[in-house]
Design a protein around this ligand. Structure first.
Ligand code: 3PG
Length: 306
């Protein structure tokens, strides 16, 4: 079988080496399309692929139309909002993700941004510390759990809200459960977002929630820009000079923020959360193994389409 790695944002070379070891050992052929600039390159590369490993690459019905032999696509990562799932199903393509494999990298980035901001970007002025501060985890999945682990080391007071996780599960990890998002935002100076982007969560973080945050509020977004209501965010920036926004995703309103709120936000140059050698190895190798296993045994454990 031909397995294509199609990544507009390439994996670390060491991850490709290890992915190749997995596919070689199973007798499959590995093809690479890395750092491509135009969808036409993707359309050409998928033509004879039986399987595909992608990252945030957008897999539309058009791509699937061009991938006549494709049987499985694995998103090496957690969020699969970049895969058109109904189109995958219609094309009889199995779609999977690799949950948890890059979660530690994302959690570390959230802390890196928090520390950088707390020390004023290391510019020589007096800053603040994380110890004793309140941290609110909005969603308590894989990344949220790594966040809690790291936050404990920093001596933070950790709260979480997640309608899908029980209070007992939170307590077991030393996290205080909130009954709703309003409670979380009212209690926490730092709020970090860890929910997927879906119909329920899109534009769900806006003015009404953010205005509840205490003084010197910091919103940390290593999730998706779609979960933010940017109009509400702009309104908070306008009303509250103490409000900061740290984001691993460039907002649509970047130009406005740069013009009006300089020094009160961090936006990474490119989505960086999962961009470590370790995360690339974990997610890339997991994706390769899932494909090999699917071809060998039909294992669909991580399937996300019906
Ligand atoms: C994920 O959903 O796993 C992360 O957003 C990683 O995205 P990336 O593979 O494009 O870095």
């Amino acid at each position: 079988m031909k397995i294509l790695v199609a990544t507009e944002k390439a994996f670390a070379p060491v991850a490709i080496k290890l992915i190749r070891e997995v596919t070689d050992a199973a007798g499959h052929q590995l093809a690479l399309l890395e750092n491509y600039k135009d969808v036409s390159e993707l359309l050409a590369a998928v033509a004879d692929a039986d399987a595909m490993i992608v990252r945030s690459d957008i897999i539309t019905a058009q791509v699937l139309d061009a991938a006549k032999k494709l049987k499985i696509v694995v998103r090496a990562g957690a969020g699969y909002d970049n895969l058109d799932l109904p189109a995958c199903t219609a094309h009889k393509v199995v779609a999977m993700n690799t949950p948890g494999q890059n979660s530690n990298a994302v959690a570390e980035l959230a802390f890196e941004m928090m520390l950088y901001q707390a020390r004023g970007g290391f510019a020589g002025k007096s800053g603040s510390e994380l110890r004793g501060k309140t941290l609110g985890l909005h969603a308590f999945g894989n990344v949220g759990k790594y966040m809690a682990e790291i936050a404990k080391g920093f001596g933070m007071d950790i709260h979480a809200f997640d309608p899908f996780v029980s209070e007992e599960d939170m307590k077991r990890t030393g996290v205080k459960a909130c009954n709703n998002a309003e409670e979380l935002y009212s209690k926490c100076q730092y709020v970090s977002l860890h929910m997927p982007a879906n119909d329920k969560t899109k534009k769900s973080i806006g003015y009404d929630l953010l205005k509840k945050m205490p003084k010197d509020a910091v919103l940390v977004n290593t999730a998706r820009k779609e979960v933010i209501d940017e109009e509400g965010l702009s309104k908070i920036f306008e009303e509250r000079p103490d409000f900061k926004y740290l984001s691993d995703v460039e907002p649509d309103a970047r130009a406005l923020f740069e013009e009006k709120y300089k020094g009160r936000f961090i936006f990474t140059a490119k989505k960086m959360g999962a961009q470590t050698e370790e995360a690339n190895i974990n997610a890339g190798v997991a994706a390769a193994k899932q494909i090999v296993d699917y071809f060998k045994t039909g294992n669909e454990k991580f399937r996300v389409n019906k």
